[in-house]
Design a protein around this ligand. Structure first.
Ligand code: 5RP
Length: 222
């Protein structure tokens, strides 16, 4: 099976976690796009969605799912999103699609987080994928030096030849060379550096369940 087919498999499998009549939290990325395609088949049975990005909002509206502002609704039953890396207990690196801040906000508003990913995303220790960190532009240089002092390399993400601007008007640093064996402590520490908007380690908002696409079917990790 191709990686695309594995993503479609878990996108479809995630439908079983969508609660009929409720508002579902929807993440961002190519795996979530498969979930949104599958959601089209049950769009009349959901009240709507809270979305983590402008890109997912456009896709949800295109299939006829109403998108609510997070402030208009209370707690959500479930949030469905992908990951760049996930370990065996649900800690993740996210933000490859630059949507990490809104992803963490919607995850925090949800009772459970269903992660959907192809099996290549499962790792023993987080850190091979460079950690995305959303930062306020004027702090980017200093934050990059703080990572350098930890032995890591932070690179400003560029798109179409210019620094990428997030949906929140901020920048992304991609931080390579980290081995994150204590995700909770790492997330807490980096989050309190001045100018950091969100660090793309999801340990406090970890996955409740992960649906991993494998050639032999969907493997569920709880
Ligand atoms: C976007 C994310 C995505 O969930 C993550 O990058 C995985 O994306 P994909 O499903 O395309 O592999 O965190 O900010």
């Amino acid at each position: 099976m191709t990686q695309d087919e594995l993503k479609a498999l878990v996108g479809q499998a995630a439908l079983q976690y969508v609660v009929p009549g409720e508002i579902v939290g929807v993440g961002t990325g190519s795996t979530v796009n498969k979930f949104i395609e599958a959601l089209a088949g049950m769009k009349d049975r959901v009240r709507g969605a809270v979305s983590s990005s402008e890109a997912s909002t456009a896709r949800l509206r295109a299939i006829g799912v109403p998108v609510f502002d997070a402030n208009e609704v209370g707690e959500l039953a479930v949030y469905i999103d992908g990951a760049d890396e996930i370990d065996g207990v649900g800690h993740m690196i996210k933000g490859g699609g630059a949507a990490l801040t809104r992803e963490k906000i919607v995850a925090a508003q949800s009772r459970s987080f269903v992660c959907i990913a192809d099996e290549s995303k499962l790792v023993p220790v987080l850190g091979t994928f460079p950690v995305p960190v959303e930062v306020v532009p004027m702090a980017a240089g200093r934050i990059a030096r703080q990572f350098a002092a930890m032995g890591a390399r932070a690179t400003l993400r560029v798109k179409d030849g210019a620094p990428l601007v997030t949906d929140n008007g901020q920048r992304i640093l991609d931080v390579a060379g980290l081995k994150i064996d204590q995700p909770l402590a790492f997330e807490s520490e980096v989050n309190q550096w001045p100018g950091v908007v969100t660090v793309g380690v999801f340990a406090h908002q970890k996955a409740s369940v992960c649906l991993l696409g494998t050639p032999s079917g969907v493997r569920t990790i709880k």
